[in-house]
Design a binder for this molecule. Structure first.
Ligand code: AMP
Length: 419
């Protein structure tokens, strides 16, 4: 180990990468805000117990757990939903419902790092608390879809209702932890292990059903009169009717189970095929029992999380254009006696433009070279003779054209061209 090496699974982000990330984050945040979701922030570390309660084995195995100086067992947050439920059960309980929340922050999971899988990774997610209508599931699903459409990303959205799987498993007398385990195995597509728990032909046929709304009809014969399963299938039918009305494309896939143990109803996943093994860029669903575990009051909720790094990888692979970050102006004092005046001009221009000022005391030729290298659009050349006439020279770095302009007109002149 060396101090100049990053810890495994962490990354540095260059200014260019951060520009792209901020652009994409801004686009998603704005979309969420148009649906009236409001941003929250949760702690970077929590009591480890919080996630052991219901996040599931998959998460628990991968937590960064540590003891603080008072011997409390803490962990870096591996996901946000449990924290949001904890937060809701405290200070947010009295707020008007439904509560529409979103977050954007890093999560930590001790996993084998590879492209699209990191130990520190970012999630942007939403939680809609207090609503249990089919249209609330549909809103959350359409919201995820809308964010990606705004970015121009092509993707596949698959949806299921865990009530169907849980209903059938209940009827097969596979309950409690054994049932959660079966769902985790379906999520990992580990059918061999699954067979050891649920060796039932109809069930295996059921989880292989995928397609349009006809899937629900085909499912009914395999449900063998399972009342809870039929009810869940009916709910999924209602939710997909809403999605149809909102013109959201989806595939019903009865083999989607999700790795998190708190989901109770709808579950959905979004994949971008170009991402290969780590193609899942979003996962979500309904979790009507989780908040009750904290507050004692059963409160319905539905949400999702984007794997933000994978969204970024998708924009790269699908060649989504991200507007370049441009420096508008570099202010270039030609001699030492005008540096302060030049700095004042730069300062004034910053009211409207992105302005760089030569800090190195370079000669004009070198400043022009610098401005060219950073892609600046204009250089304002401040010379002592010109200053006596209250004027400066504006150089268009694209065409090389130069124009003398009175100082009081500089802003107007550049505004005309740039804005
Ligand atoms: P989950 O909280 O497990 O439902 O994950 C939600 C989304 O976070 C997934 O669909 C992935 O896109 C992303 N994700 C999960 N784990 C990682 C990881 N280790 N590195 C990068 N992204 C991840």
């Amino acid at each position: 180990m060396s101090i100049v090496e990053k810890p495994r699974g962490t990354r540095d982000f260059s200014p260019a990468e951060m520009h792209g990330r901020d652009y994409v984050e801004g686009m998603i945040s704005r979309t969420l805000e148009t649906y009236n979701y409001r941003k929250i922030l949760i702690p970077t570390f929590e009591h480890a117990e919080l996630f052991k309660l219901k996040s599931g084995e998959e998460i628990e195995e991968h937590m960064f757990v540590f003891k603080d100086k008072a011997n409390r067992e803490l962990c870096l947050r591996p996901e946000a939903t449990a924290s949001v439920c904890r937060m809701f059960s405290g200070e947010l309980q009295m707020m008007q419902r439904p509560l529409k929340l979103y977050y954007s922050c890093p999560m930590f999971r001790y996993e084998e790092p590879q492209k699209g899988r990191y130990r520190e990774f970012w999630q942007m997610g939403v939680e809609l608390i207090g609503a249990e209508t089919p249209e609330s599931d549909a809103e959350v699903i359409s919201l995820a879809s809308e964010c990606l459409k705004k970015l121009g990303i092509e993707f596949k959205l698959e949806i299921n209702h865990l009530g169907i799987l849980r209903g059938v498993l209940d009827d097969l007398d596979i309950k409690g932890e054994k049932q959660d385990k079966a769902l985790a195995l379906i999520d990992r597509k580990n059918f061999e292990e699954l067979k050891k728990i649920a060796d039932n032909g109809n069930f295996f046929e059921l989880i292989k059903l995928t397609g349009g709304r006809d899937v629900l009809e085909n499912a009914s014969s395999l449900l063998n009169g399972c009342v809870a399963g039929m009810e869940a299938s009916g709910e999924l039918g209602q939710i997909t009717s809403w999605l149809d009305a909102m013109e959201i494309d989806y595939i019903i896939n009865l083999g989607i189970a999700r790795g998190l143990a708190y989901y109770t109803g709808t579950v959905f996943e979004i994949r971008v095929s170009e991402l290969g093994a780590q193609s899942q860029i979003c996962g979500g669903g309904r979790y009507d029992d989780l908040i009750g575990l904290f507050s004692g009051v059963k409160t319905p909720a539905v949400g999702f999380a984007f794997g933000f790094d994978r969204v970024m990888n998708a924009t790269e692979l699908q060649k989504i254009e991200i507007p370049e970050k441009k420096t508008d102006i570099v202010v270039a004092p030609v001699s030492a006696d005008v540096r302060i005046d030049a700095a004042k001009i730069a300062s004034k221009l910053r009211d409207n433009f992105i302005v760089d000022f030569d800090l190195m005391g370079r000669k004009l030729g070198k400043i022009l070279e610098y401005a060219g290298n950073i892609g600046a659009r204009y250089v304002i050349i401040v010379g002592s003779e010109d200053m006596k006439n209250n004027s400066i020279t504006v150089r268009d770095m694209g065409t090389g054209e130069q124009k003398k302009v009175k100082i009081e007109n500089v802003e107007m002149a550049i505004k005309k061209i740039l804005l």
